[in-house]
Each structure stands twice: as C-alpha cells, then as structure tokens.
Design a binder for this molecule. Sequence first.
Ligand code: ASP
Ligand code: MG
Length: 451
Amino acid sequence: MIVMKFGGSSVADAARLRHVAEIVKTQLARKPAIVLSAMGDTTDHLLEAGKTALLQGKVEIKNVEKLHKATIKTLKLPIQKEIDGLLDELTRLLSGIALIRELTPRTKDYLVSFGERLSVRITAAYFKTVKMNAKAFDSFDLGFLSNSNYTQAELLKESWDLIPQKVLPLIKGNVLPVVTGFIAKDEKGSITTLGRGGSDLSATMIAAACRAEEVQVWKDVDGILTADPRIVKNAKPVEHVSYEEAAELAYFGAQVLHPRAMQPCMKTGTSVTVKNSYNIEAPGTRIETAQSHAAKKSPPVRAITSRHNVTLVDIVSTRMIGQHGFLAEVFSIFARNGASIDMVATSEVSVSLTIDAAHDLGELKKELSKIASVDIKSGKAIVSIIGNVKRSSEILSRAFRICQFIGVTVQMISQGASKVNISFIVEDTEAADVVKALHMDFFDSQEKPRE
Ligand code: ASP
Ligand code: MG
C-alpha cells in the first residue's frame, strides 16, 4: 500500500483532475489511498465568504460554486445532487453566520471543511468514470479523531488504531479510497482542522498508521528546494533530506510541507517523497530516516530559508547569575501571553528570544520589566541554514565570512537542538541579500562539495 496526496493546485480544475487520474493509474498496482486538499484556492474563498457573512451580513458563495459546478459539467459527472446538497448546507451555514454575526473557531473549521468534502466527491466520481474503483470518504469516518483545538487541532493517539481498522479493509477489498485531507472530528463530533496545509499531515498519518510503503506528496514544485525560488532564482530541488531536516525546513520558511507532517512518519520510518504533479519526470525530494540518509553522499548544507517579521526580545538581569528558576519565570511569562518562542540564546546575564510579530507586545513587556530590563526590537528576520551539523564549524565560518563581506551584522545566533539547524537574526531588510549570498557560496561555488 502507498498513500498519494495531491495539494490544491494539483486538483485545481477539470484539466488537472484528468492529469491526476493519469498519475494515479500508474501506481494502481501499489494499492494507493488518495488524500486530497480543497480544489485550487477554495479554502481561501471559504474564509473570505465567512468574513463577508460576518462583517457585511451577506451570503456570497459564487467563487466556490463556480469552480465546483464547472468541474462537474466539464467532466460530465453524475453527482450534481450531492454537490448541490453540500452547497446548500454551506449556504445555510453562512446565513447563520450572517444572522448572528459571529464566527467562532469551531464554526470556521466547519466552514472550511466544505473545500475538502467537495473535492473528494468530485474526484472520486471522476476516477469512477475512468474505470477506477474509487470511493469518497470524509476522514472523520476513517478514524481521524482530534482534540478540540479548533483551527489547529491535533490528532488523538486513538487515531493510530482507528485509521488502519477502517482503511486496510478498503485497500484489501480493492477499493481506491479518496479521503479528505486537513479535517477531522473531535470527541464531541464537531469538525476540526489540522491547521493550514494540514492535508500533508493527513496523508503521512494514514501512511504511518497503516504501515504503508511510502507516501507521495504531489505539489506544484519540483520537491523541497535549496532556497525560496522567489528570492534565489536558481534554487534547486534537494534530492534527499532526513525527517528532522524536512521538519526544520517546513517550520523555518520553506512552505513545502506542513510543519507537523513529518511526525507520524518519523515514528514508523515511512518514507515520504515530494513530487511535482506539473513535472512528473522530476525526481522530487525523498525524505527518510537519518540513517539511510546519512549513508548518502551530501554537501554540508541542504537548504537555506528565511522567516520574516520576527521580533527580538533581549532580556538582561544580573539576577540570573548563579540563580535557578529565572529562565522558567521568563518562559512562563511568554506562555501566559500566548507568545510562542522560536529561537533562544542565553549567557550568564542575558537571554535573547524571538517571537512572531503578531503578538501583543505591551503586556509582555510590562510583565518582563518587573523581573529584568527588556529591549524589544521588531523588523527582524531569521535566516536558517539546514545542514550537516558535523560540519557546523565550517558552515558557521563560511556564513559569518559572507555576512561580513556583504556588510551585514549578525544580531543573534543559535544552533537548534535538532542539530540540523543553524539560525541567525539579521534585519528583515537584509534577509534576502543574506540568503542569496549564502546560496551562492554553498551551492554555486566552483568548489565541488566535499563528502
Ligand atoms: N485546504 C487546506 C489549506 O489550503 C489544507 C491543505 O491544502 O492542506 O490550507
Ligand atoms: Mg490548499
């Protein structure tokens, strides 16, 4: 068994669905389960519709309706009624939001779930017309049980047993399950979502729980790239990375995979391949265990990413000297204020932390000022080098030489505990230049990578 996941742009319209069917046909002998995102930009359109209902009291589903109806018409699918049923339900939900002018996180999850629920029904119906034994499923009917942390739900451990109980009999019975990514249900029976881009996690979860051979994640890029192609024009696909590297990459700016998507497969050692549905010939990126990965020859640096709009918090207190509990106090203030920390560096008398800019800094500053002197600076960026930490001295010396060469001051540095990530803070306005220069040095220099 394998799992094949297709993202929104891979299933964006009728033409793309035809193409996806061709790709799936080549893998039928390996007994796939299919996981889908919402078609194209449907999730964004649903969120916009929610906002329109909330703020203007208007029900507006034209964007969503147009794409799905056009697809059914072009592909001549006999499921008009079922789709109309879902669109009616969506209209009623939006009328409710418009009426009471309230959109709770729980309702938001119910709202965006329509994207995936529509896409699996349309795709399965089309697969049937091209002679595949497909059947559409909502993932919550196949064992996806989550907590009630709406918009960012986490799957409960029961899912590890429930999913194979439901999915394996289908696979044995030669059914091609077409399953909604992104959504689940909590124990109260309300629909939840796993966070934006969460279909990746749905796919890796099915693959890991069912002990599948591999999971193929089909995107619209040639795999995980050495840098953001919007910044570095000649960014290249990375052939293989470890789960740890992939997770760091996902979190620190490479928007290829959901940050938590690696977790299930890390547990079971299931390999993940990121492929491009727009360029099937490209080998893609293979994500696998550190051992099989270490056996392969590789350059010191895998990829360079940047994360923008970061706030740097410098905390200085002589109370830290020889004291215990000070850092715990600092961390608990961040926790109380809901600020999630990305990077930390400490010395005897100071600690520097970074958080995303979105937080309310006033309250944080007030509380921190009670125990230390605090300096909060916004407009920073984190540049991360993901690579072979056994060569961290070489990586660091090259990175610092480059920063010095282009006149950029490094304001903080930390080497992540996962041992694959070296990150440093620069001004937001300098980040793109730093990434470009580092990429040139590590990937484009004449020097052959040392093994
Ligand atoms: N449709 C959802 C989103 O756009 C989930 C996904 O695509 O993975 O975030
Ligand atoms: Mg999407």
